[in-house]
Design a protein around this ligand. Sequence first.
Ligand SMILES: CC(C)(COP(=O)(O)OP(=O)(O)OC[C@H]1O[C@@H](n2cnc3c(N)ncnc32)[C@H](O)[C@@H]1OP(=O)(O)O)[C@@H](O)C(=O)NCCC(=O)NCCS
Length: 172
Amino acid sequence: MTTEIVKCGAGDLDTIREVGIGTYIETFDAHNPPEIMQAYLESAFAPEKLAGELAEPLSEFYLIRKDGEPAGYLKVNTGSAQTEDMGGDALEVERIYIRSAFKRMGLGRHLMDLAIELAGEHGKSKIWLGVWEHNSDAIKFYEKAGFVQTGAHSFFMGTDEQRDLIMTKRLT
Ligand SMILES: CC(C)(COP(=O)(O)OP(=O)(O)OC[C@H]1O[C@@H](n2cnc3c(N)ncnc32)[C@H](O)[C@@H]1OP(=O)(O)O)[C@@H](O)C(=O)NCCC(=O)NCCS
């Protein structure tokens, strides 16, 4: 049994897109109407959008493989690449997703440990993320990793107003 984490570049677009769409559907399909999901997936994972994100110098993507199989991915942002203005001393975990078949094997923890390590390497004093308020599995995972709720913001999924909790872990 091998687990490896690799940093992604432009050449990994197709794999990231496939894992990104697959994990998003597994996580949110039951909670949103199909047409809303379809519209979101088409815009969030459009190849040209993803290519721009992979080329963004202040963002990093990592793929985690279990026995050679893509099992999940991590996207982190610093500086102006953060989706909210959380200042220069913060690192955002924008996406952390593990495929259903690979959950509860410690892979999410590996990606979170990497995010914390990256925050340290970049000299950041805190790490933060937004999580849908009803995503209780992810919230429990973040609490286990030492995150606490520090805020909230609303966003629109189609015409449906939803709320993300902002969770933060201080590193220093
Ligand atoms: C949240 C997620 C990343 C966790 O990854 P994972 O690989 O399943 O979690 P791990 O096996 O690494 O678990 C790490 C710790 O969190 C705990 N944990 C994980 N999922 C949990 C859950 N649903 N309920 C309670 N605890 C949980 C584990 O028990 C473990 O604790 P331990 O170290 O004390 O044993 C993964 O479930 C996932 O991708 N979910 C769907 C996508 C998602 O919601 N992403 C977040 C969007 S904001």
